[in-house]
Ligand binder design. Sequence first.
Ligand code: GRF
Length: 191
Amino acid sequence: MKNIAVFASGNGSNAENIIRYFSQNKQFGIHVSFVITNRKQAGVINKAKALGVSSFVFSNAEIENPERLIFFFKENNIDLLVLAGFLRPIPVELLKLYPNKVINIHPSLLPNYGGKGMYGFKIHEAVLANNEKETGITIHYVIEEYDKGEIIFQTKCSISENETVETLATKIYQLEQKHFPETIVKVMAKL
Ligand code: GRF
């Protein structure tokens, strides 16, 4: 059995999907041990709880100086850290402890529309403002610089003439739900 810790700051639709996927597909031998969040009110907490997974709130300071987090991960034999809408940087100590074992999902075709400040609807707004004909999702390894790590997986969707931020968000959501768990399986197979 391999163990995942999911990091999420917000709504948690990806975290929920990942938890459900691996509890329904036990043949992969992958288990979501818990969710780490930096926000007490994060929607992810109730979503995970409904699926029987605990969330632990760590302050931003505890994430920046991650001794407690590292102890917690070692105690629980965590193999992979999965960022799903986690809006804080991952400190270098954690990245060193988990080389090529921290992955993130980003709702654009990186390197386009990435970097600090590019998150949520802001990305889709910028994509539409630039009259892009396509966008998509990227799953990548995490390095110190935001959204710059090696790309593991990308897939595109087209942008229609009358696209809105909301319709685009729905297309992106569907791509994330389909591809994130499958990509985690592939990353885990290489560990
Ligand atoms: C997703 O679009 C993901 O790509 C990005 O943050 C969003 C998180 O959404 N990194 P949710 O919290 O999983 O609903």
